[in-house]
Design a protein around this ligand. Structure first.
Ligand SMILES: Nc1ncnc2c1ncn2[C@@H]1O[C@H](COP(=O)(O)OP(=O)(O)O)[C@@H](O)[C@H]1O
Ligand SMILES: [Mg+2]
Length: 226
């Protein structure tokens, strides 16, 4: 997608938000004063450029699928090196936990349904860092690097949507346990073959890659250790 917003060159960095092997994320201020979040791939080591580009492109496409929706970042620009998205003021769920906040979880569920209705599964919602509690208390979802698009009613998308929902319900169980409905408890209990496969094969590989090779923190974005 071409650079469609005018902030790219005159923008100044306000603060660094995060840096890892897949890029540097910074809060920026554009020439018109609006804040936005930039992922910059120019700091990525050469051997990781391809996967980093692939993940950023996936995020750009995911964000395009939910353009215009409230409480998700808006895609501002993606030129193959820099991905700009709108900034949403708030804090991550683990920084400002929605203890006993039933309204937060009700809205979060509606937000998630909105994504799924537009044919997008997020796939990374177990991380509290990817759920925001906005300044007015509303939930927001960020980080669409692993998002998958498809027909909302296909079996595959329905399975992924259920996994997204299960991740949300785990957070609800953590912060709002008494409010879990019988149906939600059932969703939490019912595990899918996809999850079993992930725990048996994907997760051990992911751990080796992220901890040994990329040297990410053990608990990245998961919130406080138990
Ligand atoms: N649109 C946004 N609004 C507010 N904060 C954001 C936004 N995008 C990212 N952040 C902040 O930057 C951090 C890293 O962004 P994220 O897209 O999750 O990158 P990563 O894929 O590396 O986890 C987030 O945990 C959040 O604190
Ligand atoms: Mg993240």
């Amino acid at each position: 997608m071409p650079d469609t917003h005018d902030r790219s060159d005159e923008a100044i960095e306000v603060s660094a938000l995060k840096a890892d092997s897949f890029g540097r994320i910074a809060l920026m201020r554009g020439s018109d004063g609006t804040r936005f979040v930039r992922r910059d791939l120019r700091h990525v080591p050469l051997w990781l450029r391809l996967p980093a580009w692939w993940l950023a492109r996936r995020e750009a496409r995911g964000l395009a699928a939910v353009a215009g929706m409230r409480d998700v970042p808006q895609l501002l620009a993606w030129d193959g090196r820099r991905l700009d998205r709108s900034y949403m003021p708030g804090a991550a769920m683990y920084q400002r936990p929605p203890h006993g906040d039933l309204i937060y979880f009700r809205r979060a569920r509606r937000l998630l349904q909105g994504l799924h209705r537009r044919g997008l599964a997020h796939n990374d919602l177990a991380k509290e860092a990817n759920w925001l509690v906005l300044d007015d208390g509303r939930p927001a979802i960020i980080d669409f690097q692993l998002a998958v698009r498809g027909h909302p009613r296909s079996r595959w998308m329905r399975l992924l949507a259920r996994e997204d929902l299960r991740h949300l319900l785990k957070h609800k169980r953590m912060y709002c346990r008494a409010a879990l409905t019988p149906v939600e408890k059932r969703v939490l209990k019912r595990t899918s073959w996809l999850r079993d496969l992930w725990f048996r094969t994907g997760k051990p590989v992911y751990r080796v890659v992220t901890r040994r090779i990329l040297k990410w923190e053990d608990n990245e974005g998961q919130g406080p250790k138990p």
